[in-house]
Design a protein around this ligand. Sequence first.
Ligand code: AHG
Ligand code: MN
Ligand code: MN
Ligand code: MN
Length: 336
Amino acid sequence: HEADAYRTDLMTITRYVLNEQSRNPEARGDLTILLSHIVLGCKFVASAVNKAGLAKLIGLAGETNVQAKEQKKLDVLSNEVFVKALVSSGRTCVLVSEEDEEATFVEPALRGKYCVCFDPLDGSSNIDCGVSIGTIFGIYMIKDKENVTLEDVLQPGKNMVAAGYCMYGSSCTLVLSTGNGVNGFTLDPSLGEFILTHPDIKIPNKGKIYSVNEGNAKNWDEPTAKFVEKCKFPKDGSSPKSLRYIGSMVADVHRTLLYGGVFLYPADKKSPNGKLRVLYEVFPMSFLMEQAGGQSFTGKQRALDLIPTKIHERSPIFLGSYEDVEEIKGLYAEQA
Ligand code: AHG
Ligand code: MN
Ligand code: MN
Ligand code: MN
């Protein structure tokens, strides 16, 4: 029989989050409202990214446009949109953004119970050549609404209540976990809605891909160097792994989640804490990896157990397929 050309029962991201929320009798819809504001920010950035190629024409990226108005860089613009969307949701109290040196404390009248840590535009070096970029976010709940401090965001990643990313790629995909598995939604531009296209994502137990900036190899520590050597020259008769590295964490992690393998941004002699930031890069991606059945390791411990001491703290990170990360953990244990 003929397949229907149109799917008629659409699971939008809002419907999905409402369903999730109805499983918790105490929930009052706050997370649903917060997420819908994040989704709005993602749609705005998706649309702005699509026009980025026209930057020269319409004068984006710090240049002056035809109306002689200064245009904002895409990452600055994205940050403004997210901050405003999050504050106006009335559900947030502390915001930490990669683009802002200091945390934002929401004024009491608009204050809610969630803290959001986000990277409004990740992979910004890839904007000008049209390669995939993304937004990453992680959400905590505050302890005491009357007494909000930086401590509310300086919590281990395992305390996050939700995390996700949106990838602005060949299609726009939002991957989300509210602590009950991982689901992927694709933006249908004709509807302006994210539709569930990747239900219950599970990362393959072992992968055939490794993803790392090998240009830093001369400064790597021994376990990292050994692992990459094993990827290229396996001694157990298995085939070598393929190397894929985009240089946008969102795109590299998205591929890792769907195809399996490992993504690593290790420590090196020049950057002993690696490059990626704990609150809005390492934690959300580690949360998703664990929720999808994979692992995430810092070289010392489970990434989600890390307790950050400052908002822009960095950490080395190895995340992906369970077996592959297990191998890396083994190499670090050998060295210790
Ligand atoms: P951002 O654009 O938000 O500053 O982050 C870029 C990050 C991340 O997306 C990526 O994994 C990493 O930088 C790539 O770093 P290298 O260029 O050092 O490989
Ligand atoms: Mn980033
Ligand atoms: Mn960024
Ligand atoms: Mn940046």
